[in-house]
Design a binder for this molecule. Structure first.
Ligand SMILES: [Zn+2]
Length: 209
């Protein structure tokens, strides 16, 4: 992005200071981004997660647990000899009053009888200005400086057109929704739906935070 004003110049400068992806985040991506599949072929099953080959008698469909990595594999008959898959995942970070969604591409490559290789590259960043969120929503998430707390994650619920509906504060200590507020601290008609949606996806926040 080419910065057009002081605010944008600050975002660009801060973006350059973002740390690299952590070991824990990398491991999370390896484990959770790919669907674990077992490829049965000639009495053996090939684990798409760790590359292990295991003996297999019986049908070439159903489920099997990999004894090496513990993945629950979905069996899929195939003559496949190599795997090349690419998916995207998002990491949330905070720099001063900005929250940054960092979108990474993770590519997995593996040859039969070999180990998987992972290549992770940052694809794009989207920046949310929490002070601006607060100013637009005129509520306490901004006034109390919640967005500056290390143990809080602030999410912005938007409609299809990108309009702000509610701001959600999630505790990174208890992994629960602390509060979700609409304009002027009011709850909206979507309040329960938003809170339930965040709660049901908490495992994703827990995985990377
Ligand atoms: Zn395995």
């Amino acid at each position: 992005m080419k910065p057009r004003n002081e605010h944008e110049r600050r975002v660009v400068a801060l973006s350059a200071k973002l740390p690299g992806i952590t070991y824990k985040q990398k491991m999370w991506a390896r484990k959770h981004c790919f669907i674990p599949i077992g490829y049965p072929c000639k009495g053996e099953v090939w684990c798409s997660q760790c590359g292990a080959m295991m003996l297999h008698e019986g049908k070439a469909k159903g489920k099997k647990v990999c004894p090496m990595c513990g993945s629950h594999l979905e069996l899929k008959a195939s003559q496949k000899k190599r795997i090349k898959e690419k998916v995207y995942f998002t990491v949330l970070a905070r720099v001063e009053e900005f929250q940054v969604c960092r979108h990474f591409a993770v590519e997995k490559r593996m040859e039969k009888y070999g180990y998987p290789d992972y290549i992770i590259n940052e694809a794009v960043q989207s920046v949310a200005d929490m002070a601006e969120e607060g100013a637009k929503m005129r509520h306490c998430v901004y006034e109390n400086g919640y967005y500056k707390k290390d143990e809080s994650l602030i999410l912005s619920a938007r409609d299809h057109d990108g309009n702000r509906i509610e701001t959600i504060e999630v505790s990174l200590k208890t992994y629960d929704v602390v509060q979700s507020r609409g304009v002027c601290n009011k709850n909206t008609e979507w309040h329960n739906e938003i809170v339930n949606l965040v709660r049901s996806n908490m495992h994703l926040i827990r995985g990377v935070a």
